[in-house]
Design a protein around this ligand. Structure first.
Ligand code: NDP
Ligand code: MG
Length: 387
């Protein structure tokens, strides 16, 4: 029986992780559930899974949640510091980090410090502070199991190959809803169009990142840290059917790929149950229904966000942190209809060019870079409106 903390249990990954728990009640027990502000759903989840504690992001809703859960003996806390403390609770074996964005960094570090195994969905944590996070995990002997489907694919291909050097990995990308479009066409795409992903049903932030291909850039940085790779060992290929989830090539030239229907429950369950594979009744892939699996190179001129992310990966230091912060603000402004699709890249490029470079940033350096990039991104948007 593994005892779980699910950070961001009300989100797309979080709710699917609870589907896995529901299917495998003898394997998993929920100890901690957390959300930002969708407390009604969190209360419902807590009443069903009976965790030891819950943490909500928004302190204004604390009394409401307490009223609902205290009679059941479930402890209720609020705010980011409470989240950092709760993940260290005795009795938690595995922490699934399924909250979105920079907010995942501190709780993930706290869980690692407390020696908890990590199932990592929150890729932004490794983008912002991959060096610090992986160093902390090494120092504590903590394993980080990837949940992101591409990284789970690579991890699955590496099983039994731990001592064989990787020549390169190939990250597959669906290409998103705007694959094949020109920059001119992208200038006028709407939020509703960007939120319609062809193959995956995900939270809003990652769906926009998938449409702009920023997601694949973030994943390249995530892969660098998870698998200790150099930039030239990471190739990206567009594969619109999303059946091959990624590929590893070894030094004898052999390539291993992991494939299956696009369903996040599989990589979530694999990370939760590792090293075991648990039986499922989910739909199986049928070759006859996919007569062609196709591949094409990504268009880095049109999808500038991917080029910018790869540039930040090359630059290293605080550049990926700046990229991430600017992108989080850009996605938020795009989702509020305050900037256009292409302006997201303008904001990211502006911040990357403006925030001073730090080669080997400490955690306080990264926090300062994050704050500075967010400030600059907002200021740049305001000055663009004024002119
Ligand atoms: P969602 O937006 O669906 O869910 C995010 C979760 O985090 C919600 O529970 C939300 O709470 C909570 N949350 C948001 N902000 C905060 C905060 N500041 N403090 C505490 N909790 C917060 O996101 P996804 O599930 O789509 O994605 C989660 C992570 O997994 C992301 O990093 C994403 O890149 C990664 N990922 C997701 C995939 C997917 O298929 N969805 C695939 C691969 C990776 P509330 O509901 O209350 O707002
Ligand atoms: Mg992915």
């Amino acid at each position: 029986m593994k005892k779980l903390a699910i950070l961001g249990s009300t989100g797309s990954i979080g709710t699917q992780a609870l589907d896995v728990v529901r299917d495998q009640p003898d394997r998993f027990q929920v100890e901690l559930l957390t959300c930002g502000n969708r407390v009604e759903l969190l209360i419902q989840q807590a009443l069903e899974f009976n965790p030891n504690a819950v943490v909500i992001g928004d302190p204004a809703k604390l009394e409401l949640v307490k009223e609902a859960l205290f009679p059941k003996g479930i402890k209720v806390y609020a705010g980011p510091e409470a989240l950092e403390q709760a993940v260290t609770m005795e009795g938690i074996d595995l922490v699934l980090t399924a909250l979105v964005g920079y907010a995942g960094l501190r709780p993930t570090l706290a869980a690692i410090e407390a020696g908890k195994t990590i199932a990592l969905a929150n890729k932004e944590t490794l983008v912002v502070a991959g060096e610090l996070v992986t160093a902390a995990a090494r120092a504590k002997g903590v394993n980080i199991y990837p949940v992101d489907s591409e990284h789970s694919a690579i991890f699955q291909c590496l099983a039994g190959e731990w001592h064989n050097p990787i020549e390169k990995i190939v990250l597959t990308a669906s290409g998103g809803p705007f694959r094949g479009r020109t920059r001119e066409q992208l200038a006028t795409v709407t939020k509703a169009q960007a939120l319609k992903h062809p193959n995956w049903d995900m939270g809003a932030k990652i769906t926009i990142d998938s449409a702009s291909l920023m997601n694949k850039g973030l994943e390249a940085i995530e892969a660098k840290w998870l698998f200790d790779l150099k930039r030239e060992q990471i190739e990206i290929i567009v594969h619109p059917q999303s059946i091959i989830h990624s590929i590893v090539q070894f030094r004898d030239g052999s390539m291993k790929a992991q494939m299956g229907l696009p369903d996040m429950k599989l990589p979530i369950q694999y990370a939760m149950a590792y090293p075991e594979r648990l039986a499922t009744t989910w739909p199986r892939f049928d070759f006859a229904r996919y007569p062609a699996l196709t591949f094409e190179p990504p268009d880095l001129d049109t999808f500038r966000n991917l080029a910018l992310a790869l540039e930040a990966l090359d630059t290293g230091g605080n550049a990926p942190c700046v990229l991430n912060a600017a992108n989080e603000v850009a996605v938020e402004l795009f989702l509020q209809d305050r900037i256009g699709f292409l302006e997201m890249s303008d904001l990211v490029a502006h911040c990357l060019a403006t925030v001073p470079h730090i080669n080997a940033p400490t955690l306080p350096d990264l926090e300062a870079s994050d704050a500075e990039a967010r400030r600059l991104a907002r200021e740049h948007t305001l000055s663009a409106w004024r002119s």
